[in-house]
Design a protein around this ligand. Structure first.
Ligand code: ZN
Length: 223
């Protein structure tokens, strides 16, 4: 199954992507992972991408597209995948169509949208605190450490990532509304979109997602 996951920052896409990909037995391909690899290796692409991400802005299309194209033509992705973080814009979606057609004579099967409102996103993200030592993420309300500002695992100092500051979150949400929401219309018009409520316990959201995807998986089996 070729699946794209969309939703605002803070919708829990990373977590759901992992569970859904495991269940469907396809590789999870996240632009976040691809970006981080480039940033930590200090590639020119990574340095450019980081400057945009730190401001809460989107990485320019040409940078992103090159990285994703390379990943999608690797062997493990030819039979199916779950894409998280791409496409984010309509032009990227059109590019994805071209890449799939050219590399695998294939098309997307379904786009799953995680729906969460802005207030909930701000509450989730601005409460996050990351450990400088092990990078574990705590949350001041949902998963607080025993001692404020200190990691339970290794006593590392906790800090608020640039991405998680309230001002940056607000910027990311307006960027999302402006540039990514048209994607939802684009895919809805093609009959590829299915939306689920992404609030509540993680397991419930996964169950909802798998239930929503079942008809699309069945359609593929029947091919
Ligand atoms: Zn730690």
């Amino acid at each position: 199954m070729r699946l794209v996951l969309v939703g605002p920052p803070g919708a829990g896409k990373g977590t759901q992507a992992q569970f859904i990909a495991e269940h469907l037995q396809v590789p999870k391909i996240s632009t976040g992972d691809i970006f981080r690899a480039n940033v930590s290796e200090g590639t020119a692409l990574g340095v450019a991408a980081k400057a945009f991400m730190d401001r809460g802005d989107l990485v320019p299309d040409d940078v992103t597209v090159d990285m994703v194209r390379d990943r999608l033509v690797q062997d493990d992705a030819l039979g199916g995948f779950l894409l998280d973080g791409f496409p984010r814009t309509v032009p990227q979606a059109q590019t994805l169509d071209d890449v799939l057609r050219d590399s695998a004579d294939a098309a997307l099967d379904v786009v799953l949208e995680l729906v969460v409102d802005d207030d909930e996103v701000i509450r989730r993200l601005s409460g996050r605190r990351t450990c400088r030592t092990c990078n574990h993420i705590w949350h001041v309300d949902f998963d607080p450490p025993e001692v404020e500002g200190v990691c339970d695992r290794d006593r590392g100092e906790l800090y608020q990532r640039e991405d998680d500051k309230a001002e940056t979150v607000a910027n990311r949400l307006s960027v999302y509304a402006e540039q990514t929401s048209p994607l939802v219309s684009f895919y809805a018009e093609r009959g590829l979109l299915v939306g689920i409520d992404a609030t509540g316990p993680v397991d419930d959201i996964t169950a909802r997602a798998l239930g929503a995807l079942r008809p699309f998986a069945a359609a593929r089996t029947g091919e």
